[in-house]
Write a protein that binds this ligand. Structure first.
Ligand code: SF4
Ligand code: SF4
Ligand code: SF4
Length: 693
């Protein structure tokens, strides 16, 4: 029975926290339907209307970027607002909270929930609906429908199977409808379902019953956040009559076991399949199988989750092993079955009870073919579109289709479909990345090659120019070295000469000192000569005066001689001898007069010479004085010259030192320039080999 109308919609039950998503695509890899994931961006986003809510992506996402959506917040808000609410609790409660499941009811009561119902009882009613359907319609195959994810999967992706889906509500649907029908006292209450499944929300929307879907995971978080514990609450029993093996409905095969109450052969005619991806692969292939074969079973007991509803995406025990998960549920199941077996009457009582809460037509469920929505969002591409997508993916030959699954899809074709529909991009294909990087590498290599060539040519020119420049520089350096050497030897000669001048200046200083001494001595001698000349002039004056006296003596002697001669003449012969003496006296007087005149003349000449000598002596003294002054000046200048020469000599030495250093530096520069020349030549050679890469 396929219904084309829908009272609900596929609301989001899973969301992506973009900030946490690293775009690893593992979620796409595990997703049984793939195309609900939009991988065309830098993080994954979800097309909720195509997601079946299996929760597999929550399990696989290591980064916590996938989370489920339930109604915990609105439930708590309404309960705090004292809105009337009753609860229906899934049988998976036992696998999740152990033997405290009745305390869970106590907790709900304490919160303000009016009454608590057991979905296990709904499971018993569900089987009753199946049995009634089989009896009435005798269908070729019944696909169990308690799992909302599988129902969505069939509605969206395999509508050909809708006709095989049991046209009955899920256990949750059964219990909620039974409450509405048989518990009128709660007619004004909203119904909160406590479940291990996010996808349940969609079933509620679709069936039009159920106001809140609150997962066990949210309750556990709430208890932890508030520091609360179920042990703080008392046991509180379910409002409905007790279920029997329906308590095991949440365990894989639980449906089959419950069905077996009515048909022991059910265990042989039931295909039990659960877990992602097995159940999805099974259902996807079933339509093809059924086209060619008659089914070997009449019931498909299928569940999305590997651990059944006990380990649903909203459960709290996915990490526990199967023994731990099923232990308490089986214990409860054995207990209720033992109770059931104990009394034949109680068996009858059970049947009567179930019959009391079951009503023909009350629990009918219809389904919607949503595949048009899928086909609208994910078109089947044309050949040309595929060809263009494969081109974008760099796939040209069979070998390019690796079907490696790195993109998250089953094969390259699925990835191409996603790309064509804007749900992914080539950059997420491993093969594309490899090919693209090869192409990029080739492109970069060719760009690199032409860049190298350009650089080579430019560098070649420049280095060649540099080599010429370096050679010219080396020539200039050699020239400079010879100039510096020449300058050094010139300056050395100059310094040598300065040192010679220094020696001369020192010798001059000695000579000048001696000259000074001699001049002083000369001056002293001239002073003495002056004094002597003065004394001699005085003596000359005296001699001239003596000479005058002699002259007067001469004149008197003359007169005397004359008088004697006259007297001798008078004396005759007697006077003759006397006359001879008087003649001698006159002669002597004449001689003395002549000599006295000569002496006077000579003395006069001598005096004049002595006066001249005295004057010359004074003059010589003055000259000596000037000589001394000049000598002192020369001495002083000699001192300055000596100091200057000394300084120049030192400066010259420093210049020589500096020139020596310059010479060494120039030699170092020359050596390094020669090395630079060699390096430039090597670079040029290497550039040549670089060009040939
Ligand atoms: S698994 Fe999906 S949601 Fe999680 S990080 Fe990877 S791409 Fe993102
Ligand atoms: S919940 Fe399931 S169907 Fe939805 S995105 Fe996750 S893996 Fe896919
Ligand atoms: S080769 Fe690319 S498109 Fe094909 S499966 Fe691998 S990753 Fe996906």
């Amino acid at each position: 029975m396929v219904h084309k109308t829908d009272s609900g919609e596929l609301v989001p039950v899973i969301r992506v926290i973009k900030e946490k998503c690293i775009n690893c695509h593992r979620c796409i890899a595990v997703c049984p339907v793939k195309m609900c994931n939009d991988g065309s961006g830098d993080t994954i986003s979800l097309r909720a209307e195509l997601c079946v809510g299996c929760g597999e992506c929550i399990r696989i996402c290591k980064y916590g970027a996938r989370v489920g959506i339930d109604d915990f917040d609105s439930f708590m808000q309404d309960i705090k607002a004292a809105k009337p609410i009753i609860a229906v609790v899934a049988p998976a409660i036992v696998a999740n909270f152990g033997n405290n499941y009745l305390k869970f009811n106590g907790f709900l009561k304490k919160l303000g929930v009016k009454a608590v119902f057991d979905v296990s009882f709904g499971a018993e009613l569900t089987i009753k609906s199946y049995v009634a359907y089989k009896k009435k319609q005798n269908p070729k195959l019944i696909i169990a429908q308690p799992c909302s994810s599988l129902v969505s999967f069939i509605e969206l992706y395999h509508p050909e199977l809708i006709g095989y889906l049991a046209p009955a509500d899920s256990p949750m649907g059964h219990i909620m409808k039974a409450v509405r029908k048989f518990y009128p006292q709660y007619a004004d209450c909203k119904i909160a379902a406590f479940s291990p499944c996010y996808a349940k929300r969609r079933e509620f929307n679709s069936v039009g019953i159920g106001d809140y879907n609150v997962t066990f995971a949210s309750i556990k978080r709430h208890l932890e956040d508030t520091g609360d514990n179920l042990m703080n609450y008392g046991d509180y029993n379910y409002e409905n009559p007790p279920a029997e093996r329906g308590v095991n409905f949440s365990t894989p095969g639980g449906l089959m076991q419950t069905f077996a109450r009515y048909d022991k052969n059910a265990v042989y005619f039931t295909r039990k399949v659960e877990g992602v991806p097995e159940v999805y692969q099974y259902l996807a292939q079933l339509k093809f199988f059924l086209k060619e074969h008659s089914p070997s079973c009449y019931l498909v007991d299928c569940l999305n989750c590997r651990l059944g509803c006990n380990g649903g995406p909203g459960a709290i025990n996915q990490d526990r092993n199967i023994e731990e998960v099923e232990m308490n549920t089986e214990k409860r199941s054995r207990e209720v079955q033992a109770q059931y077996k104990r009394s034949f009457f109680s068996k009858k009582k059970f049947e009567r009870t179930f019959a009391r809460y079951w009503q023909e037509g009350l629990f009918t469920r219809s389904y919607v073919d949503r595949s048009a929505l899928f086909r609208e969002i994910v078109r089947r591409p044309s050949k040309d579109e595929f060809a263009s997508a494969y081109k974008r993916l760099h796939k040209y030959t069979e070998n390019d289709f690796l079907d490696c699954g790195c993109c998250g899809y089953k094969n390259c074709e699925q990835m191409a479909v996603a790309i064509i529909n804007g749900l992914n991009k080539p950059e997420h294909c491993w093969y594309y990345i490899m090919e693209q990087s090869k192409k990029d590498e080739e492109r970069y290599q060719s760009r690199l090659k032409s860049a190298i060539e350009k650089i080579y040519n430019r560098v070649f020119e420049e280095i060649n120019g540099n080599i010429n420049g370096i050679n010219a520089l080396l020539d200039r350096i050699t020239e400079t070295v010879s100039h510096v050497n020449a300058s050094s030897s010139t300056i050395e000669t100059m310094v040598y000469r300065i040192q010679s001048v220094n020696e001369n200046v020192k010798r001059n200083a000695q000579t000048v000192t001696q000259l000074n001494v001699s001049s002083l001595e000369g001056k002293g001698q001239m002073l003495k000569i002056g004094e002597l000349a003065g004394k001699m002039a005085e003596q000359s004056d005296m001699l001239i005066r003596i000479s005058k006296i002699i002259e007067s003596v001469y004149q008197k002697t003359q007169v005397l001689g004359m008088n004697a001669s006259i007297e001798a003449a008078h004396a005759g012969d007697i006077g003759r001898g006397f006359a001879v003496v008087a003649g001698e006296i006159r002669h002597l007087a004449q001689t003395a007069g002549t000599q006295s005149k000569d002496i006077e003349q000579s003395l006069s000449n001598i005096k004049s010479l002595i006066d001249k000598s005295a004057a010359s002596s004074v003059n010589a003294q003055n000259q000596f004085e000037r000589i001394i002054t000049l000598v002192n000046a020369v001495k002083e200048e000699d001192g300055s010259i000596a100091q200057a020469v000394e300084r120049e000599s030192d400066n010259g030495k420093q210049v020589i030192d500096a020139l020596t250093t310059i010479n060494q530096l120039i030699l170092t520069i020359r050596n390094e320039t020669a090395l630079l020349l060699d390096s430039s030549k090597t670079v040029l050679e290497n550039m040549g080999s670089l060009k040939n890469i």
